[in-house]
Design a protein around this ligand. Structure first.
Ligand code: AMP
Length: 415
């Protein structure tokens, strides 16, 4: 769990602003849910036999003895809120997005934290494959706006079909892997019983070789599921999005049905943790948590991973400090306070010196703060009404009156 300090925080703000702008353009509205939920919500949605629920949740009893969990992901929370408000009666098509911290007790490494942050989006009430394509295109657009080009991304797609199709596939997988028990590690043997699909995304090279010859779900789907998946792919290419079908892609959470996807970065400093985000359809989740049958699809993007993929140093994202007011003496100090206040209220980012210090020391601080301009105010300047505005880049000096100040600053600094 990290503190996020300046200047790094400016990069965060940039990513968050871009996320909001793109999601709002796609007509999503923000949802904010609590960090804590009752534990059964995640057990029932994410799934009892998943990595997240088995090993990673921050779960504890509250003072009433109720088991609560710090949210490990956002979809279950959104669905809970959707059901609690009977949202289907208010908006037959609901588009929500969220931004915020998630908690998983993972083995910490680069790009993998215990408190991490996600930008996520969910659409309820639409079953058409056009929505799947629209959402994937939105995710790619979001990353492009943040500065990660689509040529640096890989979009992987798969489909998990309907739960019935998946159930018969699960049996086929069990049959296949049972014939190779000797090649399975302890984890995979366990998964063979609980959730054999998860063997497919094992990181163990021997098991990957074995999985390469395993039956493929896509080959076993009924016409409806197949057609949905093919239609998503054709809409995606019409939108100019390159994607690859990855039949080993399963995603770690149980609630998915139909289309699933992941976006990986081919650049940056991510190493093995190069999956920026992922998502998929979860057409049965609303009803399984007690709501009506409402189709839905969503994704979540990891903010820390996006930040690692962005090469620019955090300093480049910092806002410009337009003005530093250097004051010499008590009169100047008294004059500066209301002037700085007015400028700040007019949106001019301003720092004013509050300590007794030499002009040299004050200008040094102005440089350290990367201020664009310094206003130098002493008794003489106040008496004559002629203030000195120094451009700290070019070192040029401009004589200004108090009345001209704001306009001159705007002329000299682009902000
Ligand atoms: P998931 O909810 O597991 O599908 O994760 C969606 C995205 O959230 C991933 O692609 C990562 O970018 C990010 N993410 C998930 N877990 C972590 C973590 N422990 N630390 C940092 N980012 C994470």
């Amino acid at each position: 769990m990290n503190d996020i300090l300046p200047p790094e925080v400016s990069k965060w703000q940039f990513v968050e602003e871009k996320a909001r702008a793109v999601l709002e353009a796609f007509a999503y509205r923000e949802l904010r849910t609590p960090i804590l939920e009752y534990t059964p919500l995640f057990v029932r949605s994410v799934g009892e036999d998943t990595e997240v629920v088995e090993k990673q949740m921050y779960t504890f009893a509250d003072r009433d003895g109720q088991s609560v969990t710090m949210r490990p992901e956002g979809t279950a929370c959104a669905v809970r809120a959707y059901i609690a408000r009977s949202q289907w009666n208010r908006e037959p098509v609901t588009r929500w997005y969220y931004l915020g911290p998630m908690f998983r007790h993972e083995r910490a490494q680069r790009g993998r934290l215990r408190q991490f942050h996600q930008v996520g989006a969910e659409v309820f009430g639409l079953a058409a494959p056009t929505v799947d394509a629209e959402m994937i295109a939105m995710l790619v657009a979001l990353l492009a706006e943040m500065g990660i080009k689509s040529s640096d991304l890989e979009v992987a797609l798969n489909t998990l079909g309907e739960p019935e199709e998946r159930a018969s596939y699960r049996e086929a997988l069990r049959g296949y892997f049972s014939n190779h028990l000797d090649k399975l590690d302890e984890d995979s043997r366990q998964r063979l019983q609980t959730n054999p699909l998860r063997i497919l995304d094992s990181k163990d090279p021997d098991i990957q070789t074995l999985a390469a010859h395993a039956p493929v779900l896509l080959d076993r789907l009924g016409d409806t599921s197949k057609r949905h998946f093919e239609t998503v792919r054709s809409h995606l290419s019409a939108l100019g999005i390159q994607s690859v079908v990855d039949t080993k892609l399963v995603r770690g959470l149980d609630y998915y049905t139909g289309t699933i996807f992941e976006v990986k970065a081919k650049l940056g400093d991510l190493g093995a943790q190069n999956t920026l985000g992922g998502g998929g359809r979860y057409d049965r989740l609303v009803s399984s948590l007690g709501g009506p049958e409402v189709p839905a699809i969503g994704f979540a993007l990891g903010v820390e991973r996006v930040l690692l993929a962005l090469a620019e140093p955090a300093e480049d994202f910092e806002p410009v400090l337009a003005l530093f007011i250097a004051v010499l003496g008590d009169k100047a100090q008294a004059w500066a306070l209301p002037v700085a206040h007015r400028l700040r209220m007019a949106g001019v980012r301003t720092e004013v010196e509050h300590r007794q210090a030499s002009l040299k020391a004050q200008l040094k601080r102005a440089d350290a703060l990367k201020a664009r301009l310094a206003l130098i105010v002493g008794d003489n300047e106040l008496q004559s009404g002629k203030l000195v505005l120094r451009d700290l880049g070019t070192r040029q000096q401009h004589e200004v009156t108090e009345a001209e100040l704001e306009a001159r600053i705007r002329q000299l600094v682009d902000f």
